[in-house]
Design a protein around this ligand. Structure first.
Ligand SMILES: Nc1nc2c(ncn2[C@@H]2O[C@H](COP(=O)(O)OP(=O)(O)OP(=O)(O)O)[C@@H](O)[C@H]2O)c(=O)[nH]1
Ligand SMILES: [Mg+2]
Ligand SMILES: [Zn+2]
Length: 331
């Protein structure tokens, strides 16, 4: 069946049946303003999002060209919306592996890697770090060691989409849906095309001067791989990766710091200039500073986000009681 290649299995079938809604099950492959592409047993159809806030990867019910329901997400990659920290944006859902791309030939920004890893852990999927363009790397092993130190417990490997080196070890780690995230120009679409086995996605060149990408990919798109049930989601290079409600993701990303903190002399050690601090003794000051920075950022973004969600709930409650008063009056 056509939908099997998008990962339709008994889990989604049971959820679809439980929803008991008229229409067909399907998976969102792409979202444009107000409308989306949905893979159904009739092929890819266009559907209006209606009142549902859907994202690429969602399993949905489609009825008369409209999304009639969204099945509960198994995982979701969520960031603070660009420009504001009070709203969030879901980048992709029902992802099993988040592959974070780091080009071998650009300046290494470990702080950014830590952000991506926290975002990935927080999604509920498993992160994997991919050093791309290894054919252009001067010291791939050194780079792998560095990214591993920024993400304990996360697998890291080097691949070249050009020579094919490392691609098999990478695909061995994948199952279900893999989402590629990383800066523009880091080779996400090129690697996705290697997984797909054809030039399904547009790729671009990087700027000569600073190796920055040109934001070639502009939408999040899900494409099936040749292996049944496996899909890839290609995403645009993110300009900002704001964290929101990422406490769990930060715990996992900085598990080494949090484990060492148990051994600091003072229970309330801030790992700044305290004596007997096990964290300062063992961890790179850059990483400690970024840990604090991301915690603060997440705290403020989450508080504001929750405040906004609360005021929305309050407004809804007010509207409801207004309607109820009106109903009484009219009786
Ligand atoms: N040498 C080499 N070049 C690569 C490799 N992978 C990608 N590139 C080149 O890097 C450039 C950017 O690749 P894309 O796949 O478009 O990068 P992207 O991450 O999808 O970028 P955005 O869509 O802008 O986010 C292109 O010129 C690719 O040919 C590789 O393994 N080796
Ligand atoms: Mg791309
Ligand atoms: Zn300490």
């Amino acid at each position: 069946m056509f939908l099997d290649s998008y990962g339709y299995d008994s889990h989604w079938h049971d959820l679809f049946q439980a929803l008991d809604s008229p229409g067909d099950p399907g998976r969102v492959t792409v979202v444009d303003r107000g409308a989306c592409g949905v893979a159904t047993s009739h092929g890819i159809v266009r559907a209006r999002s209606g009142r549902h806030d859907v994202c690429t990867g969602d399993w949905v019910v489609v009825d008369s060209d409209t999304i009639a329901g969204v099945l509960p997400r198994r995982s979701a990659i969520v960031r603070a919306s660009a420009g504001t920290t009070s709203t969030s944006q879901t980048l992709a859902s029902n992802v099993d592996t988040v592959a974070i791309t780091v080009a071998a030939d650009t300046e290494l920004d470990l702080g950014r890697v830590e952000r991506y890893v926290a975002l990935a852990w927080d999604s509920g999927a498993t992160p994997v770090l991919v050093v791309t363009k290894s054919d252009r790397g001067l010291d791939n092993d050194g780079r792998l060691d560095a990214v591993r130190s920024a993400a304990p417990g996360v697998a890291a490997l080097a691949v070249s989409s050009q020579t094919g080196s490392g691609v098999d070890s990478f695909t061995d780690r994948l199952a279900g849906t893999v989402a590629l995230i990383g800066p523009s120009g880091s080779g996400k679409s090129t690697l996705a095309n290697v997984l797909i086995g054809e030039q399904a996605l547009d790729t671009g060149t990087v700027r000569q001067a600073d190796s920055k990408g040109r934001h070639v990919t502009v939408r999040r798109e899900l494409i099936p791989l040749a292996t049944p049930g496996m899909t890839v989601i290609d995403t645009p290079g993110l300009r900002s990766v704001g964290l929101v409600s990422s406490e769990e993701g930060l715990h996992q990303t900085f598990s080494d710091i949090e484990a060492l903190a148990q051994h600091c002399r003072f229970d309330d050690c801030a790992h700044g200039s305290e004596p007997g601090c096990a964290v300062q003794e063992n961890i790179d000051p850059r990483r400690i500073a970024n840990y604090h920075r991301l915690q603060r950022e997440n705290y403020w973004a989450t508080t504001r986000h929750d405040a906004r969600a609360n005021s929305r709930r309050l407004a809804e409650a007010k509207q409801l009681s207004k309607l109820q008063r009106r109903m009484y009056k009219n009786r």
